[in-house]
Ligand binder design. Structure first.
Ligand SMILES: Nc1ncnc2c1ncn2[C@@H]1O[C@H](COP(=O)(O)OP(=O)(O)O)[C@@H](O)[C@H]1O
Ligand SMILES: [Mg+2]
Length: 236
């Protein structure tokens, strides 16, 4: 039997994106005519030195900031035409976020931290929220830590909690800005192996890093400098 290759489904389509920030009376151009398509199933790594515009681009992809010009389509929808409410809905439904500094809430236990996106998405049933949190905590290897305080955990464990939190709404896209930046290299490797496994299971991931050792985990690496894309490497 002939296996038909499924054609790639674009999740993100950006064309001729510019981004300016006002600085005094001037405007600083931080993103310069970027074109970017991300298909479902990819593990994209955006690599570049500090100041190259990576976080600005991630904020735009995550609907936290808007382009100055150019078009950004998410699942075919023109993001510039979405209301703020709709963008929040999209963010809750389709995106999971992981950050360098974890951003966990110390006054909540591990399970409660993981449940937060369910709370924002308006899920009310407490048993269901707990069950979903436990499922993802088990997936990241923290099934025994559901009731622990987050500040009793190691950095690597805290990042796993953050990864579980990013997964609870079963997002289409995981966005990770320097997720290993605050971890030692061994713990960073464990986190990268976990993200790679999630990608193998079908999650689309876009990750920012300035660490060239991370390239091997990606399917595609895009090099960025001074707000521009330089070359692109296809890894697998
Ligand atoms: N809100 C802002 N206002 C003015 N300049 C900004 C703002 N955010 C970022 N910048 C500038 O944009 C450039 C790119 O920043 P950023 O996207 O954070 O880069 P990276 O994440 O690659 O380190 C930097 O020169 C930074 O100072
Ligand atoms: Mg940054």
């Amino acid at each position: 039997m002939i296996q038909q290759e499924q054609s790639p489904r674009p999740l993100i389509q950006m064309q001729a994106i510019n981004k300016y920030f006002p600085v005094g009376k001037e405007k600083l151009q931080v993103l310069k005519s970027l074109d970017l398509t991300i298909n479902e199933g990819e593990f994209i790594m955006i690599m570049g030195k500090s100041g190259s515009g990576k976080t600005t681009l991630m904020n735009i992809i995550g609907f936290l900031d808007r382009v100055s010009d150019g078009t950004y389509l998410f699942k075919g929808e023109d993001v510039s035409k979405l209301s703020e409410n709709k963008k929040s809905e999209f963010r809750n439904e389709y995106l999971g976020f992981i950050f360098q500094q974890f951003f966990l809430i110390n006054s909540l236990n591990v399970s409660q931290n993981v449940q937060l996106p369910c709370v924002y998405a308006g899920k009310k049933n407490n048993d269901e929220k707990r069950r979903i949190a436990e499922k993802y905590l088990e997936l990241v290897g923290l099934g025994t830590k559901t009731k622990a305080k987050v500040n009793e955990l190691s950095g690597g464990q805290q990042q796993r909690v953050a990864i579980a939190r990013s997964l609870v709404n079963d997002p289409l896209l995981i966005m990770a800005d320097e997720p290993t930046g605050a971890l030692d290299s061994e713990t960073g490797t464990e986190i990268m192996e976990l993200l790679t496994e999630l990608n193998r299971q079908g999650k689309t991931i876009v990750m920012v890093t300035h660490d060239a050792d991370m390239k091997k985990y990606a399917t595609r690496v895009i090099h960025m400098k001074d707000g521009r894309f330089l070359e692109e490497e296809v890894i697998r």
